[in-house]
Design a protein around this ligand. Structure first.
Ligand SMILES: NC(=O)c1ccc[n+]([C@@H]2O[C@H](COP(=O)([O-])OP(=O)(O)OC[C@H]3O[C@@H](n4cnc5c(N)ncnc54)[C@H](OP(=O)(O)O)[C@@H]3O)[C@@H](O)[C@H]2O)c1
Length: 346
């Protein structure tokens, strides 16, 4: 029987990616969507062939056709939506950033555990074949000892020298509280932090950050440059920003025996190419542009996790660790100091 999905959130991300990806995932069925407005919920349901639109979360969670909920509401709402979903006994796949504070992320993990439901995170970069190859190369020592990683996620349109604030239903992106104190860090950087952890299979020890925000005059940043020190001492340079129309979005790993380069792989769509030069592996590969492939793979992984009762590829704990990094990075940008990550345990 197909797995019944609901999406909490009827914004741009569910419209452009999540609902179409559910439609392409084997054995998945989009049952319902939640908006604050019944008309918008109905319109979304009709556009995407969902069985129902709801404007009341209790009504949505009472729908017995729903097995799992994709929480894709504004960042500060992920906590409440996840807690309610878990208490209703339904599994949760939460969008990034998991939460706007470490306390909230910890609560999300604890409540899902206490209610016996799975909690996964929407880190689609983990499903790009280039990044799976990078993880494999690192784990087998094919690049020698990794000394440096560089990852970048930018975006922008030419002819926009100033940040164009989002408005209307999307104006929460300009609200420091709703965003969690970071803008491109929460939107883009968080993906690269997770990618570094995933590829290296290690935690981050400490961070330092420089941004054009995190000040009284400009609370939210548009550009951020961060250095992360991993547990074994390896350093990762991560940058992200908007107003970067000709951005490269590359991911490079420098080891003592070789180099991995993902060109334009750091993006929602599966695309770009990979080059490996090393003592033992020399290969190149290009990926045909596929807007939804990483999301379909993420959903397929979540289905499999439910089926065989294992953790999804990106777990609640991964979400908690990434939230700790977000929080440390924002603190470092404010203080100008190196910030050690304080790890919390559910
Ligand atoms: N994994 C990825 O690559 C990726 C990509 C993009 C976004 N995301 C994440 O997905 C989530 C949703 O992003 P989005 O781009 O879909 O956002 P969005 O287009 O701005 O839509 C969010 C929706 O939430 C509702 N809303 C607006 N302001 C609100 C408020 N103050 N309180 C509660 N609800 C409010 C509105 O719908 P109604 O009024 O109809 O309820 C709005 O359409 C975010 O957490 C974002 O970080 C992830």
């Amino acid at each position: 029987m197909a797995l019944g999905w609901a999406i909490i959130g009827a914004g741009m991300h569910p419209h452009q990616k999540l609902a179409p990806a559910i439609g392409l995932t084997p054995d998945a069925e989009l049952i319902a969507v939640l908006s604050r407005d019944q008309g918008r919920a109905d319109a979304f349901a009709e556009t995407h062939g969902a069985k129902a639109g709801y404007s009341n979360i209790d009504d949505l969670l009472a729908d017995s056709r729903i097995d799992a909920v994709f929480v894709a509401s504004p960042n500060a709402s992920h906590l409440g939506h996840t807690v309610q979903t878990a208490k209703a006994g339904k599994h949760v796949l939460s969008e990034k950033p998991m939460a706007t504070s470490v306390d909230d992320a910890l609560t999300m993990v604890q409540v899902c555990q206490a209610n016996g439901v799975k909690l996964g995170l929407g880190f689609e970069l983990r499903f790009h074949p280039a990044h799976l190859l990078a993880r494999d190369l690192v784990s087998k020592g094919r690049l020698g000892r990794v000394r440096l990683l560089q990852g970048h996620w930018g975006r922008g349109e030419r002819g926009e020298p100033e940040h164009k604030p989002r408005s209307g239903l999307r104006s929460w992106w300009e609200d420091p509280e709703a965003m969690g104190g970071g803008s491109v860090i929460m939107g883009l950087g968080v993906h690269v932090f997770d990618l570094v952890r995933f590829v290296m299979d290690q935690e981050i020890l400490e961070v330092t950050a420089m941004t054009d925000g995190q000040t009284d005059g400009q609370p939210l940043e548009h550009i951020a440059s961060m250095s992360l020190r991993l547990d074994d001492g390896t350093i990762a340079n991560v940058s992200c920003g908007r107003m970067l129309p000709d951005t490269l979005n590359n991911f490079t790993i420098y080891g003592t025996d070789g180099r991995f380069t993902g060109t334009a792989t750091v993006w929602e769509a599966r695309m770009g190419s990979v080059e490996v030069v090393s003592e033992t592996v020399n290969q190149t590969e290009s990926f045909e542009y596929d807007y939804l492939a990483n999301f379909v793979a993420e959903l397929t992984d979540f289905h499999s996790a439910l089926k065989v009762d294992r953790e999804p590829a990106a777990t609640g704990l991964d979400g908690l660790r990434s939230t700790e990094i977000n929080s440390a990075v924002i603190q470092s940008a404010k203080s100008g100091r190196v910030v050690k990550i304080g790890r919390r345990y559910p």
